[in-house]
Design a protein around this ligand. Sequence first.
Ligand SMILES: Nc1nc2c(ncn2[C@@H]2O[C@H](COP(=O)(O)OP(=O)(O)OP(=O)(O)O)[C@@H](O)[C@H]2O)c(=O)[nH]1
Length: 249
Amino acid sequence: MDSSLEFSSSLGSVSSLLTRCRTFKVLVIGDSGVGKTCLTHRLSAGEFPCRAEATIGVDFRERVLEIDGEKIKLQLWDTAGQERFRKSMVQHYYRNVHAVLFIYDVTCPASFIGLTSWIEECRQHCLGQDIPRFLVGNKSDLRDTSRTNSQVTQERATGFAKAHGMMFFETSAKDPPKKCTSGRRGEGQVLYQQDNVEDIVTAVAFSFQAPLLWNQLPAWIRETDTLSVFKIRLKTFLYDKAHSQGWIR
Ligand SMILES: Nc1nc2c(ncn2[C@@H]2O[C@H](COP(=O)(O)OP(=O)(O)OP(=O)(O)O)[C@@H](O)[C@H]2O)c(=O)[nH]1
């Protein structure tokens, strides 16, 4: 009797371990109209909404995914970009945040310049580089390679991301992503990478797998431009570390 009780209670703890789901708050900020609502729809439901209205205060969307057998829930806080719709909520946005997505519109340089004030707002609420931060250039489906002056180039965004310790993605909440698109500029070819929206989800969830490690990672890993390179470098680093500690031979 006792042993069966013991057995069932240990089964219970095993099943609770199996169903354990950690929740992480992901703050999504950026100027009004850059596509935060559409992007969070794509990140959570996988679909681009047919209508998007200005967010008032905040909207919540969730995405549950499984990484290495563990369930992780991303709670996406789609915040209002317009000052008049944010005022009363700002304090709530910044409480217990696990990661921040800074969004700008690649066709709107003003929204890129505006990032500085979003970073400053984070700083004022004590959110620094110790929290995983991601820079996302949205609306890449509208990128016109013949009009680079009126758009935010990937080189510029990459430099900004590196300077602020962020991982950088360029994507489109609207179009099925194309991995690599080319356009002509003068004689040469300009290549730019368009990330998959799913890459962003994976990177955010991945950063929670080793929350302490994120800050301890050397710059050559954290400041990698693309997710695939980031993953390869991270694995190499972890393998070397485990090897040097004698955990693996
Ligand atoms: N072409 C294109 N349009 C987009 C994309 N993402 C959003 N939009 C459009 O941009 C407009 C603004 O999108 P929202 O998602 O409401 O922008 P927001 O940042 O949430 O705006 P606020 O709620 O005011 O802060 C809408 O008309 C969307 O349809 C995209 O990737 N490509």
